[in-house]
Design a protein around this ligand. Structure first.
Ligand code: 2HG
Ligand code: ZN
Length: 462
């Protein structure tokens, strides 16, 4: 059966469209952190939406399941196959073009496999901004960003990926192509079907292209790094920044002193300000002048009243990039320190300091000696509360400790990374049975044979 399937895929996709050698499949078989190893039957690399549909039809006929994959930069193991050797990885890599940019209508259309950075650059060339920004943007793809409803550092101003999708096209589990590629700002005609494919991690359909919303590109940007005495002070600083800079704030990131220790230790990166227990990276953008003056005044106030201990505003684009490099390398520094349990949690913004205290207390009591690398998107109430395991620590028990605290604050166990395979059990455990039952009904309605990315978001077996 699998030989027939491979022959059919080879005929449909041609020599550059199918990978079957184990060595060539290696990069598609495991996530970049090498935590979720799998073994695919083969890797299909279609070059068009029509070819994606052919792959799906061939897999349906052969009874094989399909694992869609974009840049493979996810953190929840959502885009890698299981270890059965029977799943077909469907890589969107060859569908990598920006299709069109409309600077007046403020839209950008792209193939699903288009690298996020390529799409950002195309928008910038047209004098506009595609406001999705994340550390993995040099490899992450538009389809992956949409399928996972990715977040990133600009969510507090522009929303998650979902807020920026105007239209998309998707291939369903039976190979039907659904073209919802509309470029409309307003479209209230019937069910908003594109939502089925946003954030559902390829379990209800495969996104093959999309139309994204652009925004005007702010002419002035300020990037500031501040050290603050505590998470509560960071929150006070957010309130002050909201007063003084209003809706120009596009990023408000919190990083712990320990995050910076990791940067220093493993990557020789140091902050250009006096160290504190906590740091904030703030970015704001506006097209009208006066932004820098407002930011300087806000920083002076913060230093004066003790909300901030030290701070710097980047003078040049290169300096701003250096400040961002600190933030963006934390994941890397953490990976070099050792194996960590990621907790991509959110709580109401005002509860972040209390959450951090309670989670620290839970770890100190339940997993003494484990190191906590807490950082993230304070402006969204989203903290990456990652726990680096020491000898004898049990990862699953640590998940429970942290997520129990999240539950006390009525938070979410995944603010932006999604469920993938990593959090399936926790999702089932943490969400109401009615909610899970509804998700299962949706899955069964769209994918009755459980062909699309089985075992991701929901368990593989009912
Ligand atoms: C970030 O905010 C990413 O940099 C990765 O979401 C977070 O490594 C992580 O846990
Ligand atoms: Zn993040």
């Amino acid at each position: 059966m699998s030989a027939d399937l491979i022959a059919r895929l080879a005929a449909a996709l041609g020599p550059s469209g199918l990978v079957v050698e184990e060595a060539d499949m290696a990069a598609f078989a495991i996530d970049w952190r090498r935590l979720f190893p799998g073994r695919p039957l083969c890797v299909a690399r279609p070059a068009s939406t029509a070819e994606v549909a052919q792959v799906v039809q061939a897999c349906a006929a052969a009874g094989a399941s399909i694992v869609p994959q974009g840049g493979n930069t996810g953190l929840a193991g959502g885009a890698v196959p299981d270890a059965s050797g029977g799943q077909v990885v469907l890589s969107l890599q060859r569908m990598n073009k920006v299709r069109a940019v409309d600077p007046v209508g403020l839209t950008l259309a792209a193939d699903a496999g288009c690298i996020l950075k390529v799409a950002q650059d195309a928008a910038a060339e047209a004098g506009r901004l595609l406001p999705i920004s994340l550390a993995a943007e040099g490899s992450a793809t538009i389809g992956g960003v949409i399928s996972t409803n990715a977040g990133g550092v600009n969510v507090l101003r522009y929303g998650m990926a979902r807020a920026l999708v105007l239209g998309l096209e998707a291939v369903l589990a039976d190979g039907t192509v659904v073209d919802l590629n509309r470029r409309l700002r307003k479209d209230n005609a019937g069910y908003d079907l594109k939502q089925l494919f946003i954030g559902t991690e390829g379990t209800l359909g495969i996104v093959t292209g999309a139309v994204l919303r652009l925004v005007p590109r702010p002419r002035h940007t300020i990037t500031a790094l501040l050290s603050v005495p505590s998470p509560q002070a960071a929150l006070d600083l957010l309130a002050l920044a909201q007063e003084e800079l209003g809706d120009t704030i596009s990023a408000f990131e919190l990083m712990s002193g320990f995050s910076f220790d990791l940067l220093r230790r493993h990557l020789a990166l140091t902050p250009p300000i006096a160290s504190g227990d906590w740091f904030v990276l703030l970015e704001a953008g506006a097209s009208l002048s006066g932004l820098r003056e407002a930011a300087e005044a806000a920083l002076a106030t913060a230093l004066e009243n003790g909300t901030a201990l030290d701070g710097v505003i980047a003078e040049t684009g290169a300096q701003a990039a250096q400040l961002w490099a600190l933030r963006e390398h934390i994941t890397d520094g953490e990976a070099r320190e050792g194996k960590s349990m990621k907790h991509d949690v959110s709580v109401p913004i005002a509860d972040v300091p209390a959450f951090l205290d309670a989670a620290d207390a839970a770890i100190a009591a339940g997993a003494p000696g484990a190191l906590v690398n807490a950082f993230g998107h304070l402006g969204d109430g989203n903290i990456h509360y990652n726990v680096i395991l020491g000898p004898g620590h049990d990862g699953a028990a640590i998940n429970t400790l942290v997520h129990d605290v999240v539950a006390r604050f009525a938070g979410s166990i995944s603010a932006e990374h999604g469920i993938g395979q990593y959090r399936v059990d926790e999702l089932i455990h943490r969400r109401a049975p009615q909610e899970i039952a509804l998700a299962r009904r949706l899955k069964r309605a769209l994918d009755p044979d459980l062909r699309l990315n089985p075992g991701k978001v929901l368990p593989a077996q009912e």
